[in-house]
Design a protein around this ligand. Sequence first.
Ligand SMILES: Cc1cc2nc3c(=O)[nH]c(=O)nc-3n(C[C@H](O)[C@H](O)[C@H](O)COP(=O)(O)OP(=O)(O)OC[C@H]3O[C@@H](n4cnc5c(N)ncnc54)[C@H](O)[C@@H]3O)c2cc1C
Length: 143
Amino acid sequence: MTSATPTGDPDYDVVVVGSGAGGLSTAIAAAHHGASVLVLEKADVCGGATAWSGGWMWAPRNMFARADGVDEPRGLPRTYLEHRLGDNFDAPKVDALLDGAPEMVEFFETKTALQFVPGAGIADIHGDTPAPVPGTAPSGLGR
Ligand SMILES: Cc1cc2nc3c(=O)[nH]c(=O)nc-3n(C[C@H](O)[C@H](O)[C@H](O)COP(=O)(O)OP(=O)(O)OC[C@H]3O[C@@H](n4cnc5c(N)ncnc54)[C@H](O)[C@@H]3O)c2cc1C
């Protein structure tokens, strides 16, 4: 990665530290809404652990899942997370995920160059948890 020292106007609306999925998602969303953004990365490559990841993400109630017939009421993934997380269940964070995940997927799919591969066909590796999604949507992959 090219090392760059910001030039010109040193003032930014948003300064993001780290260029993983969390940081770059923040940067893209902020820029989309008109903010000037600076991303700082300490490594000599961009992408963090995200660059190594398998790239699958669990985003309950997203537009692709619904299109594939997985139209869960909000309470189902919440129940699932209550059982999976146990004492680590943090209601405000979980509710933020359940509210924001569908909006996030739709934002990146419709407003940016990032395009997703639907994943409703993927089996749940914790399928014995209450309120799992079986992952049987026929058109889930390879669309
Ligand atoms: C092999 C592998 C496969 C995976 N597959 C999946 C998957 O399929 N699905 C899934 O959901 N998750 C997967 N994960 C986990 C997932 O990749 C991570 O949870 C996710 O990428 C973390 O993103 P992040 O933005 O929080 O952090 P990171 O991607 O780690 O980004 C943090 C960035 O911040 C930088 N940074 C840290 N401190 C500073 C500082 N002081 N100044 C400047 N920069 C700094 C780091 O160098 C790094 O670039 C996988 C992980 C691995 C390793």
